[in-house]
Structures are given as structure tokens and as C-alpha cells.
Design a protein around this ligand. Structure first.
Ligand code: URA
Length: 433
């Protein structure tokens, strides 16, 4: 088989056979297919697409390109969640204790933040002592004992995706449905869970800017996950505005604690209830009503919060900072941003607000940047609210005074104003089962 023939075949819009797709992925992973041929192939896929069957085979080949985690000891109880990435998205910190105290087994590998989006691993590292690296044996032992472990992506999982994603990033081939689907799903399948809930974010702070694009991705990922033998549900959630009120690593841990104590932002509570319920419907076989009731009870009774402390302690973190969140990293500067005018906040560009937070030190511009765990933005007003001139819109948390003016400008540039109240947007935009 010759790579040039397969590029030509895809360029001409023909479907590849299973053997041909496996030849491409194996060859690219072992280095016998060079980057320039793989780039041409990715561009051919970008323009000509792939059938669902081709995408399933591509996903499977990428999943098998490296190690996979065997969670079969947990039977149907293993359950994972994946977010396509957003601003203020601390849902894993909230879902992991809720789902695991209700019988789900969460062996979760999470990512770091890059650019305007945050990453769960960075948030967890803001808890003093929390170890985001465990051996596979330690990881699985903790899931057995505690019900949950969350670590960074480690080992040799999906090396084909690592190489291909880096190539797509610099060849304008990221925005291809079969390539995004296979990239996300190969990682989730390699991580081993029997059930997977995909949180597909839609809006200004998300990768998918429109509902149609989000729905198409969700449907593809559910189809491919099922074709690969997993239980998959996708929840389309609104990311046109940051999730919750706090953006930044330690700030988001604090907000997760608020939710687990039954307090905090109702929007964040609702998104977490829907995601947790859908996870429990898959792994426990519950109906929606039972799942919602159990989630609410786990929070109201304090069981979910106690489970968060057990999980954090098992991973070396100091659970005392969860009882007293003032012990989390705190910023030296708290700068209030005042409303320059009165009116309704008609839109907050979530990506720009994520960028403002990253400028303060909460995120990375390059992979090598060091995170300031205390930095970030606390929103005092959100889309739809009426604001008087001079009222506090947000508080910037920073340790570097010189970062504040640019972050303030970015924050104010993210806002749009109107004289009338904007229509309220739904939080949950759809569910694909
Ligand atoms: N996230 C991924 O992991 N892969 C993609 O292709 C896009 C988003």
C-alpha cells in the first residue's frame, strides 16, 4: 500500500477501507508516513469528509495507537465526562464527588488549560499537596477504594492523536468533523470507561460557536462511541457566557465547594445536575427523575462534599482548604471593575473574559508558562442583568499589578450593552442519547 494512493483516493472523495485507514494511522504513529503526507491527507479529509464507518475505524485505530486503560474490573459502573472546553468550567470538580458517592466509578484523566480555556488539572493543583500524577496501579486502587481519581493525561495514550493534533493545529485542519470526533473519542475510549457523557459547549467561549455545529459534533461523537461499544450521551450546554461566577484556578475550586454545600450560582447548579444525572442514568441505569432526586439529596445531605474531601485527601491534597477556602492561594490585588455606563448587559463574550483571566496569570499563553493559581476574575454581574453606572461588574484577582490594565481593557471589551432586557438564553440546548 502507498500513502500517495490513499491521499489521492480521499482527495477524489472516495471512502477508504478499514485496512487503508489502519495503514495511515499505524504508519504515521511509527514515523514511516512523514508529516507532509499526513498533512495532505488531513486536508483531503477536511474537504471530502468521511463516512460514519470510516470515522469509527479512524477512531478505533487512533485509540489502539498506544496504551489503553482497562477498567473492566468496574463493570458497567465506570463513567467518564468530557467537556469540549469553556470558560469557568469547573464541572468535573463538582460531578466527580457527586457521581462517585452515588455508586459511579470515575477514573478520570483531565487536561490542562491552554489559551482562554481552563483545565481541570491546573484547578486541582491549586489545592496544596494534590498529586495529579499517579501510577496506573495507584490510580486504579484509588478508584476501587474511594470511587474516584482524577489525574493528568499520562503514559502513552493515543500517540497518534498527539501527533496529528499538533499537525492539524498548524495546517488549518482542526475544524473537520471526522477529525475532531476521532480525536476526542479516541482519547475517551482509550481511557476505558464504559459510559461517557460529553458536554458539548456552544457559544462565544466554546470551540463550537453555533448550535448547529455543536449538535452535528454531538451526534457524530455519540454515533461513534456507540459503534465502539460504549454508552454515550451528549449534553449541549450554553457557553455564550462564562459558567458560574468565578474564573481562575483556586477561585473555581472555591466555587465548586459552594455548589457542593448547596450554595452558589443556580446556573452552575443546574448544568451540574443535568450532567451528573445523565452520568448516573448511564452507569446506574436510573431514570431521569430518580437520578435528579439522588443528585439533589447527595448535595443536601452533605455526602457529596464529604466525598470531595475524601477524594482530595486520597490524592495527597489538604482537605482543610475545602472546609476553609480562605486557605487556598489568595491574590494580593483585588481590583474592582466599575460599570462605565448604565443599562442591561446584553452579551459577555466568554472567550474574551477567559483571555482577561489568562492575562492576569490564571492561564497560559504558551505551554511553558507558569500558572498563578490565585489569579482570575470574579463576576458580579452577568448577561441579562441591569447595571447602574459605577456599579461593580467584576473583581480582578492578581499578584502582578502590571497585568491589571490589559485584563481590565479585555474584560470591558467583552461586554455589550442595551437599553432593554435581552431574551434569556437556555442553559441546556439539547441532549443527544
Ligand atoms: N479537542 C480535541 O481533543 N481534539 C480536537 O480535534 C478538537 C478539540
Amino acid at each position: 500500500m502507498r500513502m500517495v494512493d490513499l491521499i489521492e483516493k480521499k482527495r477524489d472523495g472516495l471512502a477508504l477501507t478499514d485496512e487503508e485507514i489502519r495503514f495511515v494511522i499505524d504508519g504515521f504513529t511509527n514515523g514511516s508516513i512523514p508529516d507532509y503526507q499526513m498533512s495532505a491527507f488531513a486536508m483531503a479529509v477536511f474537504f471530502k469528509g468521511m463516512t460514519d464507518h470510516e470515522t469509527a475505524v479512524l477512531t478505533d485505530a487512533m485509540m489502539r495507537s498506544g496504551d489503553t486503560i482497562d477498567l473492566s474490573r468496574f463493570g458497567d459502573k465506570s463513567v467518564d465526562k468530557h467537556s469540549t472546553g469553556g470558560v469557568g468550567d469547573k464541572t468535573t470538580l463538582i460531578l466527580a464527588p457527586i457521581v462517585s458517592c452515588l455508586g459511579g466509578k470515575m477514573a478520570k484523566m483531565s487536561g490542562r488549560g491552554l489559551g482562554h480555556t481552563g483545565g481541570t488539572v491546573d484547578k486541582l493543583e491549586s489545592i496544596p499537596g494534590y498529586k495529579t500524577t499517579l501510577t496506573v496501579d495507584e490510580f486504579l486502587h484509588q478508584v476501587e477504594q474511594v470511587g474516584v481519581a482524577v489525574i493528568g493525561q499520562s503514559g502513552n495514550l493515543t500517540p497518534a492523536d498527539k501527533k496529528l493534533y499538533a499537525l492539524r493545529d498548524v495546517t488549518a485542519t482542526v475544524d473537520s468533523l471526522p477529525l475532531i470526533t476521532s480525536s476526542i473519542m479516541s482519547k475517551k475510549l482509550a481511557a476505558g470507561s464504559h459510559s461517557i457523557v460529553l458536554d458539548v459547549k456552544v457559544g462565544s467561549g466554546a470551540f463550537m460557536k453555533t448550535l448547529n455545529a455543536g449538535r452535528e459534533l454531538a451526534e457524530h461523537m455519540v454515533t461513534i462511541g456507540k459503534a465502539c461499544g460504549r454508552n454515550v450521551t451528549a449534553v449541549l450546554t450554553n457557553m455564550d457566557v462564562p459558567l458560574g461566577h468565578r474564573i481562575g484556578n483556586a477561585l473555581e475550586v472555591e466555587e465548586a465547594v459552594e455548589i457542593l454545600r448547596g450554595e452558589g450560582c443556580p446556573d452552575l447548579q443546574e448544568v451540574c445536575t443535568v450532567l451528573a444525572s445523565n452520568m448516573l442514568m448511564l452507569c446506574n441505569g436510573w431514570d431521569e427523575e430518580t437520578a435528579r432526586a439522588q443528585v439533589k439529596e447527595a448535595i443536601a445531605s452533605g455526602r457529596a462534599f464529604e466525598q470531595m474531601k475524601r477524594w482530595v485527601a486520597a490524592q495527597g491534597g489538604d482537605p482543610a482548604v475545602l472546609d476553609d477556602t480562605s486557605k487556598l492561594p489568595q491574590a494580593a490585588i483585588q481590583h474592582e471593575i466599575l460599570a462605565p455606563c448604565g443599562g442591561y448587559l446584553s452579551h459577555m463574550d466568554a472567550q474574551k473574559i477567559g483571555e482577561a483571566s489568562a492575562l492576569l496569570g490564571a492561564g497560559r499563553q504558551t505551554k511553558e508558562d507558569v500558572i498563578d493559581f490565585a489569579a482570575g476574575v470574579v463576576l458580579k454581574k452577568k448577561t441579562g442583568e441591569r447595571v447602574e453606572a459605577g456599579e461593580v461588574l467584576a473583581v480582578l484577582h492578581a499578584n502582578r499589578a502590571e497585568s491589571v490594565p490589559a485584563a481590565e481593557a479585555a474584560f470591558l471589551g467583552a461586554l455589550q450593552w442595551s437599553d432593554t432586557a435581552p431574551e434569556k438564553q437556555p442553559l441546556i440546548l439539547g441532549i443527544v442519547r
